[in-house]
Design a protein around this ligand. Structure first.
Ligand code: HEM
Length: 185
């Protein structure tokens, strides 16, 4: 997992819960890296699980809730650091249908060793998209948060539901509907 995912996660923890919480979860997690992350480094995914577990125990928020909150923060990072990529699109549904063949392809050019999920379009119509998420990391709640933020960014009403195809969350089906454009009403 790329360092930027760790540095931004700790940034969010500091912002929401304070610097003492950052120190506490790093100490509690027994990290191989010691918690000293650089944005371009690569670290074991288990370190993220340990940090999330330690934070979950101290905040009473589930790991899924924390991943969702984290996605809201990560989208701000995307907006400021990858604006050009984001703004190749004007339609949120078009963007979501293009993660696999464009967005994450570009991410892999920037970070060749990134560990990305696979998204497969199952069904597409003008205002709907059925998208399958596959990843051994089961970070579908992170994906869900990013989907909501994508619609908000472009100013569209929307509805996203999902169904776990595999109980452990490594294969999840998203049902995405695009609604009205706020800017036009
Ligand atoms: C992971 C970048 C859009 C879903 C990641 C990672 C980066 C990244 C850097 C971490 C990779 C690693 O740790 O090795 C971006 C950029 C985007 C974008 C720059 C837009 C310009 C999206 C969108 C979704 C999404 C719209 C919505 C579904 C995910 C998920 C992961 C991920 C779920 C976690 C890894 C996993 O589940 O296996 N992305 N992403 N990304 N991205 Fe994106």
């Amino acid at each position: 997992m790329k360092g930027i995912v760790f540095t931004e996660f700790l940034e969010l923890v500091e912002e929401k819960f304070g610097i003492e919480m950052v120190d506490e979860i790093i100490t509690a997690s027994n990290l191989e890296s010691g918690g000293a992350y650089t944005a371009v480094g690569t670290y074991k995914f288990v370190e993220m699980i340990n940090l999330l577990t330690a934070l979950s125990a101290r905040t009473q928020l589930s790991i899924d809730e924390l991943l969702y909150i984290y996605a809201q923060h990560f989208f701000k990072v995307i907006k400021s650091s990858y604006a050009a990529l984001l703004n190749t699109y004007s339609d949120p549904l078009e963007l979501l249908a293009s993660i696999e063949d464009h967005i994450h392809v570009e991410v892999r050019k920037i970070y060749p060793d990134s560990q990305l999920p696979t998204f497969k379009t199952i069904k597409r119509s003008e205002n709907t998209l059925v998208l399958d998420y596959h990843s051994s990391r089961a970070m579908y709640n992170f994906g869900l948060g990013l989907m909501h933020e994508t619609f908000k960014h472009f100013g569209f009403e929307h509805k996203v539901t999902f169904e776990k195809i595999k109980e452990d969350g490594t294969h999840v089906r998203f049902f995405i509907e695009k609604g009205d454009d706020h800017k036009r009403s």
